[in-house]
Design a protein around this ligand. Structure first.
Ligand code: SF4
Ligand code: SF4
Length: 137
């Protein structure tokens, strides 16, 4: 019986193997359903927890967010969760802690900040900085 690809080591894959993201065709219909309802292939990393690379994590403070969607656009791991053009949080199963979302967040203070992975989110929110003076003002 052949092994499930999930049970295989990286060095067991056949050279030139193609890993497909979805079962079936990728078409317009797929864009009409929420990401969690799409028909992911077994080999899609969505099915795996890959957040254990992080040493720091982004914490979201909705009090300052203006829903500009910059974080959603720039996240290299599609880990910003948005609904109806509103930022609602971070997919911590897949976020790698790169900090790009924090860099591009334009609010003052920022609506996303990096904290140590082990910091409690509620605790992080109590440490949020005040609005800072803009340069040139
Ligand atoms: S830290 Fe990096 S991977 Fe995580 S949500 Fe922000 S941009 Fe995406
Ligand atoms: S970049 Fe900042 S202000 Fe814009 S949606 Fe993301 S968290 Fe909100």
């Amino acid at each position: 019986m052949s092994k499930s690809i999930k049970d295989m080591g990286w060095d067991e894959l056949v050279q030139g193997a193609a890993l497909f993201s979805f079962e079936g065709d990728v078409d317009y219909e797929m864009s009409q359903v929420q990401p969690e309802d799409r028909n992911y292939a077994e080999t899609n990393s969505r099915n795996a927890y890959v957040g254990d690379w992080r040493v720091e994590k982004p914490v979201f403070n909705k009090d300052f967010c203006i829903d500009c969607q910059f974080c959603w656009i720039y996240c290299p791991d599609t880990s910003i969760i948005a609904r109806d053009k509103k930022m609602i949080g971070v997919d911590m199963d897949h976020c790698k802690g790169c900090g790009i979302c924090v860099e591009v967040c334009p609010t003052n203070p920022k609506s996303l900040l990096m904290f140590n992975e082990n910091t409690d989110n509620e605790e992080a929110l109590t440490q949020w900085p005040e609005k800072s003076e803009e340069k040139g003002e």
